[in-house]
Design a protein around this ligand. Structure first.
Ligand code: SAH
Ligand code: TMP
Length: 405
């Protein structure tokens, strides 16, 4: 696909990250000779202003009954999604007895709050292992990929929605025009779509290129989201920046001309124009920053290796797959990575095959340096692992710049 998924116009090539495995493709030693790779490159469309992957693996390859990302591993995110629930409930956009749908509800981290408040709800989640956890919490689940056909089915079986919610999933959906049509189709006339995703403005500002991996087929700006939903007769009515995932944006959309547009929409779109999120040059500069960031991280890790330091990684995020494969970091520079996810422990990192260890051994292993791959959860992790710093351990960061804490 060399054309924009939204406008159909040719894409300008921005980054080339070479061959990459699946971001969440944690693998057993016996399977490494059949590992899947694809060419990870990004493009920018000067018409839709959409920043996107040029090629992406098929959704069924990424989301299945063995999906490795469990939303509820972070306590901070659990709190965040309670606040998201309050935001929606108090938004003034819902009817008295609302029906709320969530796309990509994973283990139920957000939608369970609606269930707990006896709100009529439905979580749509194709990865059956995480969906099972949500079901066990009593959440109503439909195990499907959301698209127009799914929206027709939900409308027929459950009725139209007051609100369609989503977090960190709309940017995963390659057929995004179908998604927008499905949303338009399922919403009541007074209905709203509220979703939040990692924000392109932060990625460009912080050179957090690890947000680019197979699942993230898009990184959105308000300008590109506006262009997309205008195509189906919807418009942005509010925008609220979020701290999660290293900087996200919450988008509120409604049918055109139904609600008043909040001043945040113009303010943020003007900021984006000032930042150049609508200009090709901004992305070309970003690519140069990515190349520089790679050089600096490698320089640091190679120096530590030469000096005989013990360096490990902390948190095997899907984001880390991009960093490790693009920089060519394997056990030559990082001995192993600690993580909390049972499904990852004992496996190897995708492509670079660094062993994953249970985080409970981190303290005992006494590494001298740890690269914090989950930099978006830095506060939570640094607090939890205070003894590491107390014993002279040092954290290595690479966003917004390569540095030692
Ligand atoms: N909303 C959660 C989960 C994000 S991970 C959070 O913010 O933590 C993305 C989830 O979306 C995965 O569980 C994946 O299985 C699901 N997903 C991917 N494509 C989807 C689609 N087309 N429709 C519904 N869910 C989808
Ligand atoms: P994310 O950055 O995509 O949210 O992925 C988080 C990863 O980090 C996941 O593999 C779990 C891991 N993790 C830890 O190992 N310890 C922690 O304290 C937290 C919050 C996450």
């Amino acid at each position: 696909m060399n054309n924009c998924r939204v406008s159909g116009k040719p894409l300008n090539l921005i980054n080339d990250f070479g061959d990459q495995p699946l971001g969440n493709g944690f693998i057993e030693n016996k399977d490494i000779n059949k590992e899947y790779f694809y060419k990870m490159r990004t493009g920018f469309c000067e018409v839709s202003k959409m920043f996107q992957l040029i090629e992406q693996p098929e959704p069924e390859q990424m989301f299945h009954d063995n999906y490795a990302f469990f939303s509820s591993t972070s306590n901070y995110m659990k709190e965040h999604f309670k606040d998201f629930h309050s935001f929606v409930s108090n938004s003034g956009y819902l009817s008295e007895n609302p029906f709320v749908v969530e796309i990509g509800c994973n283990d139920g981290i957000l939608i369970k709050n609606f269930k707990d408040n006896n709100t009529s709800h439905l979580g749509i989640e194709p990865s059956s292992n995480v969906a099972r956890i949500a079901k066990e919490l009593g959440v109503n689940i439909l195990e499907k990929f959301f698209d127009v056909e799914c929206s027709n089915y939900v409308r027929k079986e459950y009725g139209s929605a007051d609100a369609i919610l989503a977090a960190n999933v709309i940017c995963h959906i390659p057929n995004i025009l179908e998604l927008a049509k499905g949303v338009k189709n399922l919403l009541k006339p007074s209905g709203v779509m509220i979703f939040e995703e990692p924000y392109l403005g932060d990625v460009i500002k912080k050179t957090s290129y690890d947000q680019i991996y197979d699942e993230h087929v898009f990184l959105f700006s308000a300008i590109s989201v506006q262009y997309l939903f205008n195509k189906v007769g919807m418009e942005l009515i509010d925008l609220i920046p979020q701290k999660t995932h290293g900087g996200s944006m919450r988008y509120v959309l409604a049918h055109k001309n139904y609600y008043e547009i909040k001043s945040s929409v113009n303010e943020i779109i003007n900021n984006e124009i000032e930042q150049g999120l609508d200009k090709l040059e901004t992305f070309q500069k970003f690519n140069q920053n990515v190349i520089d960031s790679k050089k600096q991280l490698l320089k640091l890790l190679e120096e530590l290796k030469l000096n005989g330091k013990k360096v490990v990684g902390y948190a095997a995020t899907s984001k880390s797959t991009t960093i490790l494969n693009y920089c060519g970091i394997s056990t030559n520079l990082i001995e192993h990575i600690y993580d909390t996810t049972p499904l990852k422990i004992g496996k190897l990192t995708p492509g670079t095959h660094i062993p994953l260890r249970d985080h409970r051994y981190f303290k005992d292993d006494m590494p001298e340096y740890a690269v914090l791959f989950a930099w978006n959860h830095a506060d939570e992790i640094i607090e939890k692992e205070q003894s590491f710093l107390n014993n002279g351990g040092k954290w290595i960061f690479f966003v917004p710049s390569v540095k030692i804490l």
